[in-house]
Design a protein around this ligand. Structure first.
Ligand code: NAD
Length: 256
C-alpha cells in the first residue's frame, strides 16, 4: 500500500506498460485516472480493476496527449473525480519508423513528435501547474526509451522524441523543485507489449537476446519500478533516468 491516498493519471493506460501500471497502482492503494485515446479500452481496464476488488479505485478518460487543451482537461478531470493530483505518468506513445531519406515529414516526423514529445511536454506543463496550485508537490514520471540515448535503425524520429523526454525531465526537475515537484524518466528496453508483439517470432527472439536475461521484459516488471518511483520512498530520485532495460544499455554481444 505504498501509494495509499495518492491520485495518479496514467496516460496510455489502456494497454501494455500503462495497463500494467494501472493494475499495480490500484494494488498499492492509489486512485487512478486511466487516460487514453482509446476510451473503450480504458473503460475495460477500469472495469477489470474494479472487478479485482483492490484497495484503490479507477476512472477512465479519453485524451489525445498531442492536444494541450485535452491534457489540461484530463488533469482537471482527475481533480474533479478524486479531489487532487499527486502523480502523472506520461507514458502514452507510438512507435515505428522508416529510413531517414524515405521520410515524408508530414507522415514520418510530425505525428510522432506530436504524441511522443509534445504529449510529454503537455503532461509536465498541465500537471506542474496543478501541483503548484495545490501547493502539495507532486511526481512526474515520463516514459523515454533505450532509443532516447542512442541512434537505432528506423528510429530517427522516435529517438529524437525520446531524447527530448529525458531533457524535459532534467529541466522540469530543476525548474519545479521549488514547488516540491519531482521528475523522473524511465528507459524501457524490450517489453512484451503490442508495440513489440506485432513483430515476427524471430525478431522478438532477437530482441530478447539483447537483454541480459534473454527474455522480453514483462510490462508488470516496469510497473513495479514506476510504482516505487511514484512513492515517497523514491524522494531522492530526481531529474534523472532510471534504466529499466535488463542490461540492454550496458553491453554489446560479440559478433561471431
Ligand atoms: P502500447 O501500444 O501497448 O500502449 C500505448 C498506449 O498509448 C495505447 O493504449 C494507445 O492507445 C495509447 N496512445 C497512443 N497514442 C495516444 C495519444 N495520442 N493520446 C493518448 N493515448 C495514446 O505500447 P507500450 O509498449 O505499452 O508503450 C508505452 C510507452 O513505452 C510508449 O511511450 C513507448 O514508446 C514506450 N516504450 C515501449 C517499449 C517496448 O518495448 N514496448 C520500449 C521502450 C519504450
Amino acid at each position: 500500500m505504498r501509494l495509499e491516498g495518492k491520485v495518479a493519471i496514467i496516460t496510455g493506460g489502456a494497454s501494455g506498460i500503462g495497463h500494467a501500471t494501472v493494475q499495480k497502482f490500484i494494488r498499492e492503494g492509489a486512485k487512478v485516472l486511466v487516460a487514453d485515446i482509446d476510451l473503450e479500452r480504458a473503460e475495460k481496464v477500469v472495469a477489470e480493476v474494479e472487478a479485482d476488488g483492490h484497495a484503490g479505485s479507477a476512472a477512465a478518460a479519453q485524451v489525445d496527449v498531442s492536444v494541450y487543451s485535452q491534457v489540461e482537461a484530463v488533469v482537471q478531470r482527475a481533480v474533479d473525480v478524486f479531489g487532487k493530483l499527486d502523480v502523472i505518468f506520461n507514458n502514452a506513445g507510438i512507435a515505428g519508423g522508416k529510413p531517414l531519406l524515405e521520410h515524408d515529414p508530414a507522415v514520418d516526423y510530425e505525428p510522432m513528435i506530436r504524441v511522443d514529445q509534445d504529449g510529454v511536454y503537455y503532461g509536465i506543463l498541465a500537471a506542474g501547474r496543478q501541483f503548484r496550485k495545490q501547493g502539495t508537490g507532486g511526481v512526474i514520471i515520463s516514459t523515454s526509451s533505450i532509443y532516447g540515448e542512442q541512434a537505432a535503425e528506423l528510429a530517427f524520429t522516435y529517438s529524437a522524441a525520446k531524447a527530448a523526454v529525458i531533457s524535459f525531465t532534467r529541466s522540469a526537475a530543476y525548474e519545479l523543485a521549488e514547488y516540491g515537484i519531482r521528475a523522473v524518466a524511465i528507459t524501457p528496453g524490450r517489453v512484451g507489449t503490442p508495440i513489440i508483439n506485432q513483430f515476427s517470432e524471430e525478431l522478438r527472439s532477437t530482441f530478447a537476446s539483447e537483454q541480459l536475461r534473454n527474455k522480453l521484459t514483462e510490462p508488470s516488471e516496469i510497473a513495479d519500478v514506476v510504482a516505487f518511483l511514484a512513492s515517497d520512498e523514491a524522494n531522492v530520485i530526481n531529474g534523472t533516468v532510471v534504466h529499466v532495460d535488463d542490461g540492454y544499455s550496458v553491453f554489446k554481444k560479440r559478433l561471431d
